[in-house]
Design a protein around this ligand. Structure first.
Ligand SMILES: CC(C)(COP(=O)(O)OP(=O)(O)OC[C@H]1O[C@@H](n2cnc3c(N)ncnc32)[C@H](O)[C@@H]1OP(=O)(O)O)[C@@H](O)C(=O)NCCC(=O)NCCS
Length: 159
């Protein structure tokens, strides 16, 4: 049975470990991406990030599978990149991670559904998130949930 609940201060240590694991997952999925080369994620950075996320309005959600915590989602409300858009504020899902042993069992689906409900309850009509094109599990998950790419970043090395 999958359940989703808001994170609390009691989840601090778990979230700190999961944040660091998320960076490792993304680094692994993005092998060869210069942005990740040489990146380390000191414990203090994870701690500071979790402190901020716990203090923010949210959503910061924990999923449990048969009572055991197995994943989290961190989101926030922000403006679309077209600041003048009459759409106003949009939901943003910044981070989602499910522990490897619990993947492909609908945990991310449950977290996303809870986040969608959270944003909708606050009157938001749009939700955005981003993924690396080579992160196939992420690409497939977001595509399966109706997310469409809408903006492509480009970069080139100058030096
Ligand atoms: C991406 C991630 C959060 C998905 O979590 P999950 O709990 O396994 O996802 P779900 O079980 O809810 O999957 C829902 C649907 O997404 C698609 N999907 C999920 N993982 C997939 C994969 N590895 N390959 C293909 N499709 C996949 C499927 O359509 C799946 O439905 P199905 O299992 O009935 O076929 C998980 O793989 C993860 O934590 N990855 C590491 C961290 C990460 O990359 N986060 C996302 C950053 S943008």
């Amino acid at each position: 049975l999958i359940s989703v609940r808001p994170a609390t201060a009691a989840d601090r240590e778990l979230l700190i470990a999961w944040m660091a694991a998320t960076l490792e997952d993304l680094k692994g999925a993005a092998a060869g991406d210069p942005w990740f080369e040489g990146v380390t994620f000191p414990a203090e950075a994870a701690e500071a990030h979790v402190e901020e996320a716990l203090a923010d309005e949210g959503p910061l959600l924990i999923a449990t599978l048969d009572g055991a915590p197995v994943g989290y989602l961190e989101g926030r409300i922000e403006l679309p990149y077209v600041r003048e858009s009459p759409i106003g504020r949009v939901g943003h899902v910044a981070l989602v991670r499910v522990v490897p042993e619990a993947r492909r069992r609908g945990v991310a689906t449950a977290l996303l559904a809870a986040a969608e409900a959270w944003f909708k309850a606050r009157g938001l009509a749009w939700l955005q998130l981003s993924w690396h094109p080579w992160n196939e599990p992420a690409r497939a998950t977001w595509a399966a949930h109706g997310f469409e790419p809408f903006r492509v970043f480009g970069r080139k090395r100058l030096a």
